[in-house]
Write a protein that binds this ligand. Structure first.
Ligand SMILES: Nc1ncnc2c1ncn2[C@@H]1O[C@H](COP(=O)(O)OP(=O)(O)OP(=O)(O)O)[C@@H](O)[C@H]1O
Ligand SMILES: [Mg+2]
Length: 375
């Protein structure tokens, strides 16, 4: 195993129950996760996400395959080994799981003691971690005196105070409103990056998928590849859109994919480029933020998976006004992070050629970066 790999799963299967009542929940799961990587685990209710998390967390044992965590094989491992591994993992649950009769400070302190740190060395560690999650002023309050988001932050402080090499979070934002959910996830992301911990986070919230380095998807206990998920999701979206308005669907799919191609042309998509894509999609199609996010994810992943949007889609013929807007938008993405790179310009030329457009359209307007709305 690569020394960087913190979690290695091979052909992992898991069943609940025995004999006639046996029900297989996970089938031949395999993946490797490195230190510092942030993985988001998605999938419908009952697909086996929590079960997989508890196998990695040494909270139950798989019956088949190999589960290597921090260099230890957990399959058929002794309880002593499981306990050792558990100490190096930080768990964050849907509900914060704080003890109501203890203050925030005492809750975190208890986790520290379970991790084997002496009281004397603990004070500073607790102060630091509460500072990091923004609860320094609340350390002597009881959980009932805090908001939902603050309690979840305290749960994170408790999970991270031992500086775990692995963080497992099961729907950490489920009980939070949109903004506190986002804050909590970004906090986990920052802390994990600082400490170089591997993070696996289960979520149903598609708005936070962008914090992931990699998205794993479970369906009925099977791990699905990104391209499978993307092509299914894309055809579903296009079918929906087509029923609604076939022309708009065609334009939107082609347009958003073209934006993603430009943003990806130089190998990475910056936050500024993403924001610019959001802005354009929102203006062009008058979509709700959630729809914009969905299309962003779809077109980005489509590009990432390097597969062309469905063959059924033919490039629409654009009139002058739309052609100009189309190209302006591509330039706006290319320029969003300051300057259009040569790779981005080449990609614009290529797309323009595919649409039979002259790529000089709209170049005069680049500076304004303000495309007119499309159809
Ligand atoms: N202790 C148990 N005994 C028997 N079956 C169980 C047990 N825990 C979970 N299951 C079953 O295993 C399957 C997967 O459950 P799991 O909790 O892993 O799903 P999940 O993907 O986390 O779902 P959710 O998104 O609803 O949390 C479900 O069919 C569930 O009913
Ligand atoms: Mg679950």
């Amino acid at each position: 195993m690569d020394s960087d790999v913190q979690i290695g799963l091979e052909d992992v299967s898991y069943s609940f129950g025995k004999g006639a009542l046996e029900k297989q929940i996970l089938f031949d799961i395999g993946t490797q996760i490195k230190g510092g990587e942030i993985i988001i685990l998605t999938g419908p209710s009952g697909s086996g996400k929590t079960t997989l998390l508890t196998l990695i967390g040494a909270l139950r044992s798989a019956q088949k395959g190999s589960v290597k965590v921090l260099g230890q094989e957990l399959l058929n491992a002794k309880e002593k080994v499981l306990i050792q591994v558990r100490r190096k993992i930080g768990y964050i649950f849907q509900s914060h799981n704080l003890l109501d009769s203890l203050t925030i400070h005492q809750n975190v302190q208890m986790a520290l003691q379970l991790g084997g740190v002496k009281n004397r060395d603990g004070k500073e560690r607790i102060a630091t971690v509460l500072q990091r999650v923004g609860l320094a002023e609340h350390e002597h309050k009881y959980p009932r005196e805090l908001s939902g988001g603050q309690k979840q932050r305290a749960g994170i402080a408790r999970a991270l105070v031992n500086r775990p090499q692995i963080v497992l979070a099961d729907e950490p934002t489920a009980s939070l409103d949109k903004q506190s959910g986002r804050d909590v996830v970004e906090l986990i992301q920052d802390l994990a990056r600082e400490d170089g911990s591997a993070v696996i986070m289960v979520t149903h919230d598609s708005r936070i998928l962008d914090v992931a380095d990699r998205i794993l998807h479970l369906e009925d206990g099977h791990m699905k590849s990104l391209s499978e998920v993307v092509s299914e999701g894309t055809s579903r979206m296009l079918n929906l859109l087509e029923k609604h308005d076939p022309n708009a669907a065609n334009y939107l799919a082609t347009f958003s994919f073209a934006l993603a191609r430009i943003a990806y042309a130089d190998g990475e998509v910056t936050d500024t480029e993403r924001d610019e894509m959001r802005r354009i999609l929102n203006e062009v199609a008058k979509l709700e933020p959630a729809e914009v996010e969905f299309i962003m994810e779809m077109s980005m992943m489509q590009k990432r998976a390097k597969s062309r949007i469905d063959n059924r889609i033919k490039n629409p013929t654009l009139d002058t006004e739309h052609a100009e807007h189309f190209l302006n938008s591509l330039y706006a993405i290319a320029q969003a992070d300051g300057k259009a790179t040569s790779e981005e310009l080449v990609e614009i030329e290529a797309i323009a050629a595919e649409f039979g457009l002259s790529s000089t359209y709209g170049q005069a307007d680049i500076a304004s970066g303000d495309p007119k709305p499309g159809p």
